[in-house]
Structure formats: structure tokens, C-alpha cells
Ligand binder design. Structure first.
Ligand code: FE2
Ligand code: FE2
Length: 176
């Protein structure tokens, strides 16, 4: 499976979960399970996407588009965290759920159009296939890790590539 297909599969699943989320009542007992599922999918997807696709694009040269997408990852995760920590209640709960859904729909749309178009110019079909396999492998590893490690990986992903191995080796004890 190439990287585009692998990312699109997650995007579809995320969209379904988000439309379930905005339809839920705040008191619904399924809420916590659903937020947890969105959080696991979103964070593992975003970290693996940054590592495999974004960092490869940055290494070749397009950093503006990629840094914009990084910022949107952080914004979406901050909104979701608010809901996980129950910082929003009452009418604000549905408002925040809708804000999160709208932000991610916009992000996904931009990714599947602008980012993929750029990436297709940069990488061969063979490279896209290798990136797809790498993405799936890394994502399943990340799903088995805790929140600390996920946050740490976001910071690591933002670093200049030549520092990444060294920082990873220092931080390898975190989140275990
Ligand atoms: Fe994505
Ligand atoms: Fe993304």
C-alpha cells in the first residue's frame, strides 16, 4: 500500500469517528471511549505521518506547507486534550467537538490536495510504496506507546534531521 492510500484510509476512519462525536450528547457514556479512540488514531497517525512523509518532504525542500500542517496537528491535539481532560462542559462541549471536526476536515482536505500533490512531484511510485509500509509499521509501534512518548516524538519530529538519532537515543527511556 502506498503512503497516500495508507493516510487516506485513516482520514476516512477519523472523519467517521468525528461525525459520531459531534452527534453525541455530553452525558453519553460512550463519549470517553470515542474520545480515546479518536486520540489514539489521531496521535499515532500524526506522529507517523510527520516522521515518514513530512520529514522526507522537509529534507527535500518544501518546509512551508509542512510546517503549516505541523501547526494544525498541534492545534487539533490541543482541542482534543481539552475534551479528554473535561475542561469543556455543557454547551461548550458540542462547540468544541464541532471546532475539532471542522479543523480536522480542513486539515485532511489540505493534506489530500496540496500536500499529496507536492509529494507526488517529489517521490517515485516505489518510494511512495516504501513510505506506506514504513508508515504502517511506525504507526502500530506508536499505538502501543503512552502519551509522553507521543509528545516527545512530536518535538523530535520538528528537529533538524541531523539531530534526530542522537535525541531519540537520549529520550528512549521516556514514556516506558
Ligand atoms: Fe493525515
Ligand atoms: Fe496530518
Amino acid at each position: 500500500m502506498d503512503i497516500y492510500k495508507a493516510l487516506e484510509n485513516d482520514h476516512k476512519e477519523l472523519k467517521n469517528l468525528l461525525s459520531e462525536l459531534v452527534d453525541l450528547e455530553e452525558q453519553d457514556s460512550y463519549r470517553e471511549v470515542l474520545i480515546e479512540n479518536i486520540s489514539t488514531l489521531l496521535s499515532s497517525h500524526s506522529r507517523a505521518e510527520e516522521s515518514v512523509l513530512y520529514n522526507s518532504m522537509r529534507a527535500i525542500g518544501d518546509s512551508e506547507l509542512v510546517m503549516h500542517a505541523y501547526k494544525e496537528h498541534m492545534e487539533a491535539e490541543a482541542l482534543l486534550k481539552k475534551m479528554e481532560l473535561k475542561e469543556v462542559t455543557g454547551a461548550d462541549w458540542t462547540k468544541t467537538a464541532m471546532e475539532l471536526r471542522d479543523a480536522l476536515l480542513h486539515h485532511i482536505d489540505q493534506e489530500e490536495h496540496d500536500v499529496f500533490t507536492e509529494a507526488r512531484k517529489m517521490f517515485s511510485a516505489e518510494e511512495a510504496g516504501q513510505m506506506g509500509e514504513a508508515f504502517l509499521k511506525l504507526q502500530s509501534e506508536i499505538k502501543n506507546q503512552g502519551f509522553v512518548k507521543n509528545s516527545f516524538d512530536l518535538v523530535v519530529n520538528l528537529m533538524p534531521p541531523r539531530f534526530v538519532d542522537k535525541v531519540k537515543s537520549i529520550g528512549s527511556g521516556l514514556g516506558k
